[in-house]
Design a protein around this ligand. Structure first.
Ligand SMILES: Cc1cc2nc3c(=O)[nH]c(=O)nc-3n(C[C@H](O)[C@H](O)[C@H](O)COP(=O)(O)OP(=O)(O)OC[C@H]3O[C@@H](n4cnc5c(N)ncnc54)[C@H](O)[C@@H]3O)c2cc1C
Length: 609
């Protein structure tokens, strides 16, 4: 198969190829105009088989099986809405035995954009409307009225196809807390087997890690001088060195692992759908957006969805499983009459079940970025500012799958406590070997000199927000509110994080590499100055959860078996069900949720038959 960059689903990505190196741009920024047309033309003709890329099959009959004539209604045992981190895993597991017929609907298209599969290419899909919902929050009151950009994958693999690929599970105590909040069966000891089941750990199996699972987890392809120094500096500042952040205990500094395999992104489409693509009982339907859940006698009986501008219906004989993500899952429930009664009535939607928790309890990590000018030319900025180096890096990657594009960029970091009285870390530090002069949803412009960044992420903010439909039209985005910085302790934790990040850079190991602190800058020193800086620069860390949270009836949306309260035949399975956000990136926990959910769904099916 010859790989075509200008697939009919998407416009050519070629004009955006060159500025990839860690800096997203849509070609609008002047620095994005690199002009390598001849070279790009050559790339167009690359045979992906020689690179080891196996792009999702293009023939409709291999992806869309069981297609019916218009007017006929499809019928499956399980209908899954959303082929993201969770949806791909759930659908693949449910179809594994061959016993059940499963349909997987995905609003986005196939994952054929080349940049999806290149680890460093994530910057190129950060704001690409062909694979990304590109949501924005409502203006945030305590953040100077800023709207926060919210990328979300709209493509097979969902956000696992556009994310930063850091493999992080969180702290064991996070899951023990879930159990304490009424989520029986979700404590660390109960969820660990599902993390392992999903995993193919490059280092091999041990008490905490599995091999043979669909999700490849790898070490960084190469060490970096700056990351080495950062880790050393964090140790000099008092943190232990850490070789594995995923054994339940996190405090310390070290290199991060990533969800990559053979130096390619390992999205859930790659992990779960590719091995399943010849299953005749699994129908994957891209470009199909679920619009409403249908109910019969109090039971979810199917879905309506829009594909190619036409509304269609699919019946679910056993269950409808909503995996549309933290923003779209509550939206789909609300559009279908499950949610806060007053909101639905106001929109003219008949209430099937008044569940006020649908769309409530939105929680996210909150972070601030510190940037530094580096004394040495060992950062990605040099690459981003040179067309020749970028062309070389891409060629190197395409031919040998090595070089700077083979790494996911978020190389190393640390976990620490903002207050020594805390029992577990509430801060994560992410090191990235680049810095930029400006960045927004359209892209980032690298500094014209060497630089690096250190993000301080508050992992346990008090802030709780919401997702509420603004219109009964399923194609209109919902209103997203985070309410960041609601409490003083959120400001204090992030201030402590910034001070600690700065402390790392002043240690003997790292200090010689710091020419200047660019952000927040040496003029920021007092608590008041830090708070002001946080208000104008801090951002969502893109790990939102909780809008269909699991927990006790009355205050939650789903029970510990992820069944929606008060309706039969309906579950939510994705990041939205998390009762609280774990202390770490959220892709691995979401996949764990999907693995456990699939087990429970199959168990329930067996007990019925
Ligand atoms: C830019 C970015 C970087 C990130 N980096 C990391 C990282 O490095 N490591 C990490 O662990 N986590 C990271 N995350 C977070 C992590 O990827 C997400 O938490 C996780 O992917 C969420 O999975 P999900 O299944 O809940 O939702 P998604 O993966 O978003 O899946 C939802 C799917 O449903 C589809 N959908 C939505 N509505 C409908 C509908 N009505 N009908 C049909 N389909 C629909 C969507 O198109 C999507 O494919 C990052 C997130 C972002 C945005």
């Amino acid at each position: 198969m010859s790989f075509r960059l200008d697939d009919q689903d998407e416009p050519p990505v070629a004009p955006r190829l060159a500025p990839a190196i860690g800096f997203q741009t849509d070609g609008i920024h002047p620095s994005g105009e690199v002009g390598l047309p001849e070279w790009l033309e050559a790339v167009r003709n690359v045979d992906t088989r020689t690179l080891g890329f196996k792009i999702m099959p293009t023939k409709p009959e291999t992806l869309v099986q069981g297609e019916k004539m218009r007017g006929e209604v499809d019928s499956f045992d399980y209908v899954v809405a959303g082929a993201g981190s969770a949806g791909c895993a759930v659908a693949a597991r449910l179809s594994e035995s061959g016993r059940y017929r499963v349909m997987l609907l995905e609003a986005g298209g196939k994952d054929r954009n080349l940049w999806i599969h290149i680890p460093m290419g994530f910057s190129q899909v950060y704001a690409n409307p062909h694979v990304n919902w590109m949501y924005e929050s409502e203006p945030e009151d305590r953040l100077d009225g800023r709207r926060l950009y919210q990328p979300r994958g709209k493509v097979l693999g969902g956000t696992s196809s556009i994310n930063g690929m850091v493999y992080m599970r969180g702290n064991a105590a996070d899951y023990d807390e879930w159990r304490q909040r009424g989520c029986t069966g979700w404590d660390w000891d109960s969820v660990l087997p599902y993390f392992k089941k999903a995993e193919h750990q490059e280092r091999g199996a041990n008490e905490y890690h599995g091999v043979g699972g669909p999700l490849h987890v790898s070490d960084q392809p190469h060490r970096s001088e700056l990351a080495d120094r950062l880790v050393e500096a964090a140790a000099q500042a008092g943190l232990p060195l850490k070789d594995d952040f995923n054994n339940g205990a996190q405090e310390g500094a070290g290199y991060f692992q990533s969800t990559t395999g053979m130096h390619r992104r390992w999205s859930t489409a790659t992990a779960y759908l590719k091995p399943a693509r010849r299953r005749s009982n699994l129908v994957v339907r891209p470009n199909a957006q679920a619009t409403r859940i249908l109910f019969e006698n109090g039971r979810a009986a199917g879905l309506t969805y829009v594909m190619g501008g036409v509304e269609r219906t699919v019946r679910a004989q056993v269950e409808v499983i909503v995996c549309s993500g933290v923003f779209n899952s509550p939206q789909l429930l609300q559009l279908s009459g499950i949610g806060p009664g007053d909101l639905l009535q106001g929109m003219g939607i008949s209430v099937v079940r008044d569940l006020p928790a649908v769309g409530k309890h939105l929680q996210d990590h909150f972070y601030v970025r510190l940037m530094f000018r580096c004394t040495q030319s060992i950062t990605m900025n040099e690459l981003a500012n040179s067309s020749a180096r970028k062309a070389f890096a891409l060629t190197q990657y395409l031919l040998f799958r090595s070089g700077p594009l083979a790494a996911n960029g978020v190389i190393a970091g640390a976990f620490a406590r903002s207050d020594q009285r805390l029992e577990r870390p509430d801060l994560q530090f992410n090191f990235t070997p680049w810095s930029y002069a400006s960045r927004d949803a359209r892209g980032a412009v690298a500094h014209p000199f060497p630089g690096f960044s250190l993000s301080a992420v508050h992992l346990r903010p008090d802030a709780r927000g919401s997702v509420r439909i603004k219109s009964p039209d399923p194609l209109q985005p919902p209103a997203i509110r985070f309410n960041f910085l609601e409490t003083k302790s959120d400001v204090q934790a992030l201030t402590a994080g910034m001070r600690l990040a700065r402390k790392f850079t002043r240690q003997p190991a790292l200090a010689p590499y710091v020419a200047e602190e660019l952000l927040p800058g040496p003029q920021v020193n007092t608590d008041v100055e830090f708070e002001e800086n946080i208000r104008v620069t801090a951002n969502s860390n893109l790990h939102p959860v909780g809008t269909c949270r699991m927990g006790p009836e009355g205050e939650s949306v789903v029970d510990p078996r992820l069944r929606v309260y008060g309706v039969d035949g309906l579950r939510v399975v994705d990041a939205a069900i998390m009762p609280t956000v774990p202390a770490g990136n959220t892709n691995a926990p979401t996949i764990m949720i999907a693995e456990k959910a699939a087990d429970m769904i199959l168990e329930d099916a067996r007990s019925r038959s």
